[in-house]
Ligand binder design. Structure first.
Ligand code: PRT
Ligand code: ZN
Length: 300
């Protein structure tokens, strides 16, 4: 099935931080798939997509070399690969189709407790341990910092304690790993999140149209995650104030209420979360009978 030219091959992380988010996103886009015995392949049952479960580091090559048409991977990995290829005189041709709303983290420089950090110049002459040497080098070059990069394949956070480096440059999300290793975050080198990338090779008409459909569905899924449908009753006289209070809403629907000339029903899609504070402000403006509902699907 994986050699069928009309089926799209999509690489996702086999087991890690992006795996559940990636499969959840694809399921929400309507893809039903079953995993083969070896768990390395997922066969799309209702859409012509087959999934390859691989290590995240392999995804840029699989897409660049056209083994897969699409991949879901962290921007950190894509940027590192892109800069590595450029350093070898190659021009990367994979394209980032969409930013995804998961896998958020930042590649940051952190210094050990007691390190006198007085801004970027403190990094001159230091040894910086990282698994992202190319992204780090770009940052150092941009800021004219002369430091030594120590490239490691993992366990970067213990490099200063082992005497292998003076400071580190690693991915951070909650910051608890840095705290546990008595490190202090001082500079952000790259803000990252998951992205969907596509092969440089031109796709057949049928594959192209499925990629377009998938992207539209991804946009819809990402929009509804934060969106809410709000219904309320309001005095006609307060309508303009109420409209300004509805977060991220464009054109609310105004419906007359039977037997009440001075009050109307307002229905609106809010493209941002609706917090209790918003409801309190709406109530203060005269709104009543407020209902906030999650949005299941959206196509605009
Ligand atoms: O086996 P495989 O190679 O596929 O997986 P992996 O171990 O290389 O990657 P994995 O699953 O750890 O991360 C996959 C992707 O998730 C990364 O490439 C990032 O795009 C994204 N991501 C988001 C993170 C983090 N947050 C993250 N916190 N990747 C790694 N970390 C690590 C970080 O390296 C450090 O060790 O978590 C630790 C810090 O976390 P906090 O929460 O303590 O700050
Ligand atoms: Zn990896």
């Amino acid at each position: 099935m994986l050699t069928n030219p009309d089926r799209l091959k999509l690489a996702i992380q086999k087991s890690g931080r992006l795996t559940d988010h990636s499969t959840d996103l694809l399921r929400r886009c309507g893809l039903q798939f079953s995993r083969g015995k070896d768990q390395l392949v997922g066969f799309g049952e209702n859409m012509p997509f087959d999934l390859l479960f691989v290590r995240d580091d392999d995804i840029p090559d699989l897409v660049e070399e056209d083994v897969c048409d699409l991949g879901i991977v962290g921007l950190n990995i894509i940027e590192e690969k892109r800069l590595e290829m450029m350093s070898l005189g190659k021009t990367p041709t994979f394209s980032v189709l969409r930013s995804l709303d998961f896998g958020r983290c930042r590649l940051s420089i952190a210094v050990p407790e007691g390190f006198q950090y007085e801004g970027l110049r403190s990094l001159h002459g230091q040894r910086i341990a990282t698994t992202y040497p190319f992204v780090l080098q770009r940052f150092l070059t941009t800021h004219a910092i002369d430091a030594q990069i120590v490239t490691l394949s993992g366990a970067v956070e213990i490099a200063p304690r082992l005497g292998r480096a003076d400071v580190i440059c690693d991915l951070v999300s909650t910051g608890s790993t840095l705290l546990a290793n008595r490190l202090r975050e001082v500079e952000t080198v790259l803000e990252s999140h998951a992205v969907i990338v596509q092969t440089p090779i031109a796709l057949s008409e049928i594959k192209r149209s499925w990629v377009e459909r998938l992207l539209l569905r991804i946009d819809g899924v990402q929009q509804v995650r934060e969106s809410k449908y709000i219904m309320l009753h309001a005095p006609r006289s307060a309508l303009s104030q109420i409209r300004t209070l509805l977060p991220g809403s464009e054109s609310p629907t105004i419906i007359p209420l039977e037997g009440q000339d001075d009050r109307v029903a307002v229905h609106a899609v809010c493209k941002e979360n609706v917090f209790w504070e918003t409801l309190e402000s709406l109530k203060a403006a005269g709104a009543s009978a407020m209902l906030v509902l999650p949005v299941e699907k959206m196509l605009t």
